[in-house]
Design a protein around this ligand. Sequence first.
Ligand code: GCW
Length: 769
Amino acid sequence: MKGRAMGERRGTGSRGQGTAGETRGPRVLRRAIVRIVLAALAIVVSAAAPLRADDGYGLWLRYPRVDDAARMAEYRASITRLVLPGESPTLRAARDELRRGLRGMLGMEIPISPSVSASGALLVGTPASSRRIAALGLGEELRRVGDEGFVIRAASVGGRRTIVIAANRDVGVLYGAFHLLRHLQTHRPLADLSIVQSPRIGRRVLNHWDNLDRSVERGYAGRSLWEWDALPDSLSARYVDYARANASIGINGTVLTNVNANARVLTAPYLHKVRALAGVFRPYGIRVYLTARFSAPMEIGGLETADPLDPAVRAWWKAKADEIYRTIPDFGGFLVKANSEGQPGPQDYQRTHADGANMLAEAVAPHGGIVMWRAFVYSAETPTDRVRQAHDEFHPLDGRFQGNVLVQVKNGPLDFQPREPFHPLFGAMPRTPLMLELQITQEYLGHASDLVYLAPLFEEVLDADTHARGAGSTVAKVIDGSLEGHRLTAIAGVANTGTDRNWTGHPFGQANWYAFGRLAWDPDAASAEIAEEWLRMTFTHDPSFVALVKAMMMRSRETAVEYMTPLGLHHIMARDHHYGPGPWVEGGGRADWTSVYYHRADTLGVGFDRTAAGSSAVAQYAAPVAARWGSRQTVPDSLLLWFHRVGWTERMRSGRTLWDELVHRYDAGVDSVRGMRRTWDGVRGTIDPERHADVAARLATQEKVARWWRDAALLYFQQFSRQPFPPGAEPPAHSLEFYRRRVGPEVPEFGEATHAIARPGFSGPSRPR
Ligand code: GCW
């Protein structure tokens, strides 16, 4: 075990109860004094507790002692014993977690009891694991919650006040246990508990872009968690904590390897390593998936071809699948990036994506496996507007995929930009189950320096209306299967985890992992509520901290859009590492890897015309969406330059010219980050100094990042607009040349801001449009 285990308490906890049966006067007095001293100590310790150093390892599962006296009394009276019969690994995990959580929050050991012998029992299990639960008559509710759902309710069992967590399957029990713990972690009342929940999406998966050498593509939190060299014999204690964290938010699958795949992971020695990981994750309801390199039959199978219609190739994949399932019986399936950015694929043999996907699907189908085939494709030759290519390629293939194939579609048609419109494939392939791919790691959003809470971005795409079957055909309904009646449903998030002690580099990166899981479970959950529960569990219940920091989180994504790519600008970041601005990026072989391809700035204007007069990409959306976004009159400001070319002096809704508006937005973004710093400075002392200082330092960097973006982008575009900065705008700190010369990801230094606009607390844009 490396370091402390997650949730391990530091400092003095409270003691157990004294021994019973003492009657003599002086002893009673002594005991009373000891009690008083202990109680006083406990108050001192718990008052100091929030300020104890915290390295962030415990994530949202820290389980600190409840510091609200009334709640504490309520919880202690309501939960006095734990009745959780059954010995399956999953039930054991649920029991361990409940004990750990209750011990931490209630400050006392909750005894395990074989039966509901007194009031205050927490009765947990399935009808199969507990006769008591079977006798409760929960049949109707349990039928509704399926394999992974649960029921939590206050009940009377044999006349005794009881809290019941019931589910059909052990994994539902585990999810119910985490849910009840969250209920306590967020200090909600226990009276009249009645919760019935089940996930809306079947496969809720993390995609790790982790390589076998433990580097992580687009990873900003250390190295890969998977210790390939030490596996399968040595199992890092972190694997269990990773599984607990995922299970706590309902994540039930993990793709261990990078989509830019290495075939070696499919060889026998690696499969044994994967099997060891699968063994750790299994009790937590998490299945393991792997990326399949399309050319694996040649690279590790000795075949001459990887043509998906070649019988020898098909036989090779079948045998490989059989071997995998012999090794890992509950293996989830394959994730494939093919014919994209240099990855091999069926088109190398003039076959279609459907041919490729179906070959793999046939191999895993007998074992219940699935194939997640990515739609992130664009031609190597740059023939047309890159954002239309996935739709051009996949739309005609609708209905051609086997039943166990999902097509995995990024939220937007380009590549995880700070803002994109939703991907036009959503709603456009009714006969194919589509899954949504979100990026939790902040490739284009300031890596580990910028505080950007991504749930509003995730929510924006989930709520987007495709109009595929009339108004209300949201992306959420496409991917939860309800719009077209698909039973196979899935969602993926590109993980932001690594070996950094706090898992995600930026302490607020944890919120993005957390929010992904919560939204995968319930795509209608509100990002603000998720932020609030995360803050309470991760930091403190201090009402002013929660209110201020929640507001800061909720605006942070829009803030990043403002200082990076306002008004629908996109793909103007630095080359390769994608950190910081690079609107001048051009040349280098592929036009659609440059910035000038996307912004098209010249002395007349800026923006990519995707209307009928341009690339027509807007026509890939359903008519009402195409009409709204295709018209300069109705397109929201937030997507203006994504769909339209606009003259520098054209008037915006605000009354400003485009140029002045651009300056205004970039300024607002920088101003917002300064506001974030003030907000964070203002909450010093309400949380532990360790995490406070870490976030403060990153916010200082973020301000530089924001100024860097603003100055570089505005100086660059000013060459074309030939307009002065409007009065009141902060002058750039350095020259365009200074910014252009920087190629590495290092952040430039700035002197004191000459123009810092002094406003108390957070300020800045809150909503797009
Ligand atoms: O976002 C881009 C990244 C690549 C990534 C690719 C993809 C894994 O820059 O690093 O490769 O997309 O999603 O396949």
